[in-house]
Design a protein around this ligand. Sequence first.
Ligand code: BYC
Length: 315
Amino acid sequence: MSNEEKEQKFQEQIDSNGHIEPKDFMPEGYRNNLIRQISQHAHSEVIGMQPEANWITRAPSLRSKQILLAKIQDEGGHGLYLYSAAETLGISREEMIEQLHAGKAKYSNIFNYPTLNWADIGAIGWLVDGAAIVNQVSLQRTSFGPYSRAMVRICKEESFHQRQGYEIMAKMMAGTKDQQAMAQDAMNRWWWPALMMFGPHDTDSPHSKDAMKWRIKRETNDELRQKFIDKTIPQAELIGLTVPDADLKLDKKTGRYAYGKINWEEFHRVIKGDGPCNKQRISHHIKTHEKGEWVREAAQAYKQKKVKKEQVLTA
Ligand code: BYC
């Protein structure tokens, strides 16, 4: 088959909602777009453990500590599924980590903001995992098989994360005046960065056109952001939180909310490395990665020993 015929067959497979598997033919642009997106997704899961881990020792009860520990462990697991999915495209985990440490690979804007108090843990679960799940439910139908299957597993855990965050916010809103003020303050600080998680508007999103044609993305950045807004505002109102956007307006006919202007200058500054916590997040990752070298070496040595033993037994 000529390259053109292969590309046509590839696109037909995608258009008929089929999956592309690692050993199938794929255009280089498809492979590179996926490596970029999946590795950045994996880095987000792992870097996202840091702002939450900050509160494990200060969780207000044994129950909340157990829940937070389980959630953070889940995030680490999500990162591992995703690194494995990216590795099937021909990049190694070491290369992906190097790109992260060198500032060549991005991770979600949202994890460059600090967690100042317990209400922030509620806001992350409710808003950040809430935004992530809207995006990830859509990605369950992505065209690349290993990414799609990883998303199915991840979504099951993500909905529990969203609920634990909402529970924290609901409890605080049913508490003292000080607790209510803390919850509202967390809402004020996390709302806009959560909307930015969906990426630039469709008209300013360079990767969207190819990603939609190849069904890597099934819905656009703006479509997903709108879904998140429409589903989250009633949840905020139910527990008495005010959404910090004076321009919010419900269109009663469609059930959709018009919303105010997003500060894209802030978004671009943060994803280029100049957010409140970028340096701290990367230097912590580098330090922990270096400290963990003996674990990787031991795992490799164990694997080699096992392979040798199997070779002796089957000789
Ligand atoms: N943050 O052309 P565009 C979680 C970049 S973690 C930073 O629209 P695309 C959790 C983009 O990379 C879940 N950068 O790109 C974990 C591109 O730059 P490059 C995280 C962003 O890829 C722990 C440029 O802007 N979820 O749930 O078509 C605790 C142009 O953008 C962002 C995912 O990662 C951003 N928000 O669309 C708690 C979802 N947005 O690469 C919770 C998977 C854009 O050219 N990813 N950029 O240098 C996606 O769905 C897509 O990659 C995006 C962006 C919708 C994010």
